[in-house]
Write a protein that binds this ligand. Structure first.
Ligand code: ATP
Ligand code: MG
Length: 579
């Protein structure tokens, strides 16, 4: 029987009844007071890199909350910065959001679609005396801006007449001025305690081709001038974003109020940070560009493309995001907690198989040569409907090198000379001797088996202290298996000695490639993306590098769960440590 379980991803998202959170409370209140009579959210990635597990939190929140209230969610590319954006990123983001199980239906938008409207709105502000063309350089603007304790200084160009501003802005658009020579600024308050309100730049000159609008524009709106207005155009009710935008909210509100357009509500939540993990797209790009990982979808990367390749399920990620909840302070979540959720999900649905990563030959001397029989093996003890399969057994087997010791230390109960153990779904075997190579290493173990123990129990009731897995040598499938450790050795990868950068914390052992693994033959037709539990070793998924008859597996996660221990230890203290 060929067993595949590649359709794990197809399940529709269970929008889980997440614990109460303050964003939901605000939505409920807005519906009650009638501020809005519907819920419409958006997920607004900038296409300047691949999405990562932090984005998954934002995706689950925006799509999940809207769904909970029977609302809608738009996917909108925040593509106002042409120099770093790329079509490859657009495509990967579309793929990743749908993989997460969310549907924006026909509402895929680009902020760049609104460039004409944004330009008109800028003109409207100029006409209202609320914006002016400034000739100060970027450096001068910074100097004039003041500090948290000192008010800013007004630009000498602040009092330019409306007519002159209109003409200069038109000439900026027509390409008459070089990059950086002029900006359009909102005229708000240079003494505001909020630096974002001190006449923020709203348009800059940038002679750069845009991946969608080509050479049409040489001036581009700043994020703050594009985001709220894009939300408004799309009639977004709740614009959910991360905490760093909290100080931008007054500006967000100012623009929609000055323009007199539909007023969405911006709500901020805490960014997801994970131990041993970097989330900055700039740094992830550096890893890719320097060849320190195999690409954006390297299974060690925290990108959705990476963890998908590694074998994570969208359901596990959604469960994790639900469990961590939302708050108003940035904290740090243990990577072990994410791993706990993937284990929990795969435990329920991954089919069990046997595979040997570091093979050691075992010859059963009293088993007839040339004979083979089929042993019955259970596919998933957690799911009766997964049924069972046949695993071939014969005279020569492979077991893990680790499961044999010629001179066993105390507490080692697996195979050793004179010791009897159970072969999973097989027989009891007793070790009778070993064969060594010239270097004195054990290369073959000899055993006898007890035919009366077929299936794993002795009729006389005698017990063995361990059960080990195995693969029949004659039937084994050769495979490559890639084992992973954390990409970084330090909890905070940014924590580096003076003069070094985060790459100093890369774990040299993050990838280990095993090329001589032996798997049970049922895996011969496993399709890319399928996930299995290799008994006693962990969860594994089939890598797209696999070729017919030569599968490549990634270890998604080992079996041992360290999170529950951590959880117990910190049961009294809160989940997060506030940074
Ligand atoms: P970076 O700063 O690394 O470039 P970003 O936040 O600018 O990342 P965007 O593409 O602008 O990336 O993000 C899209 C959305 O995802 C935003 O609403 C942002 O707040 C949210 N987001 C990004 N990173 C995280 C994170 N670590 N946790 C939760 N939400 C996040
Ligand atoms: Mg951003």
């Amino acid at each position: 029987m060929n067993i595949t379980n590649s359709n794990l991803d197809a399940a529709a998202p269970e929008v889980s009844a997440s614990p109460s959170n303050f964003i939901r409370d605000i939505i409920v209140e807005d519906l009650k007071t009638g501020r809005y009579n519907r819920v419409h959210t958006r997920f607004p990635p900038e296409p300047n890199g691949y999405l990562h597990i932090g984005h998954a939190k934002a995706i689950c929140l925006s799509f999940g909350l809207a769904a909970e209230f029977g609302g809608q969610t738009n996917l909108r590319f925040d593509d106002t910065n042409p120099s770093k954006e790329d079509l490859e990123y657009v495509q990967s983001i579309i793929e990743d959001v749908s993989w997460m199980g969310f549907d924006w239906e026909d509402r895929l938008f680009y902020a760049s679609d609104y460039f004409d409207q944004l330009y008109e709105w800028a003109v409207q502000l100029i006409k209202a005396g609320k914006a002016y063309v400034d000739d100060l350089s970027a450096d001068e603007i910074r100097q004039y801006r003041g500090t948290l304790t000192q008010p800013g200084k007004e630009s000498p160009y602040r009092k330019r007449p409306v007519e002159e501003n209109l003409q200069l802005f038109e000439r900026m658009r027509a390409g008459e001025f070089p990059d950086g020579s002029r900006t359009l600024r909102a005229k708000i308050d240079m003494a505001s305690p909020n630096l974002n309100m001190r006449d923020p730049v709203i348009y800059r000159i940038l002679h750069a081709e845009h991946h969608r609008t080509g050479a049409k524009w040489c001036i581009y709106p700043m994020y703050d001038f594009a985001h709220g207005q894009s939300d408004s155009i799309e009639k977004i009710t709740h614009s959910i974003c991360t905490l760093e935008f909290e100080d931008h909210r007054p500006l967000y509100n100012w623009f929609v109020e000055q323009l007199g357009i539909f007023h969405p509500r911006q709500i901020e939540f805490d960014r997801l940070n994970l131990t041993y993990t970097l989330m900055s797209k700039r740094k992830l790009l550096a890893l890719v560009e320097k060849g320190l990982v195999r690409g954006w979808d390297d299974p060690r990367m925290p990108t959705l493309a990476g963890i998908r390749r590694r074998g994570y399920t969208p359901q596990a990620i959604r469960n994790f995001v639900t469990a961590i909840g939302v708050s108003k302070t940035n904290g740090m979540i243990e990577l072990a907690m994410l791993e706990h959720f993937i284990r929990e999900d795969l435990n329920k649905r991954a089919l069990r198989v046997m595979g040997v990563l570091h093979p050691l030959r075992v010859v059963i001397d009293n088993y007839p040569e040339g004979q083979a029989e089929e042993m019955n093996a259970i596919n998933n003890p957690e799911d009766e409907s997964a049924g069972s399969r046949k695993v071939p057994f014969s005279r020569v087997l492979y077991i893990e090198q680790d499961d044999f010791r010629e001179n066993p230390p105390k507490q080692f109960y697996r195979l050793s000379p004179g010791r009897e153990v159970r072969l999973r779904y097989g027989y009891f075997i007793t070790c009778t001797g070993v064969v060594k190579n010239d270097a004195g290493e054990v290369v073959e173990v000899h055993c006898t088996y007890d035919p009366a123990t077929r299936g794993g129990n002795a009729p006389d009731g005698r017990k063995v202290k361990s059960t080990i897995h195995w693969v029949s040598a004659a039937h084994a499938l050769d495979a490559e298996v890639r084992l992973y450790e954390n990409l970084f050795t330090t909890e905070d990868p940014n924590d580096v000695p003076e003069g070094q950068d985060f790459t100093a914390n890369l774990n040299p052992n993050s990838l280990q490639v095993l090329t001589h693994c032996k798997l049970e033959p049922s895996l011969a037709h496993a399709t890319a993306g399928s996930r299995y539990q290799f008994e006693r070793l962990g969860y594994f998924s089939v890598d797209p590098d696999s070729k017919a008859g030569q599968p490549v597996f990634n270890r998604t996660v080992a079996l041992k769960d360290t999170w529950q221990k951590i959880e117990k230890r910190s049961a009294a203290s809160p989940l997060k440590t506030t940074s």
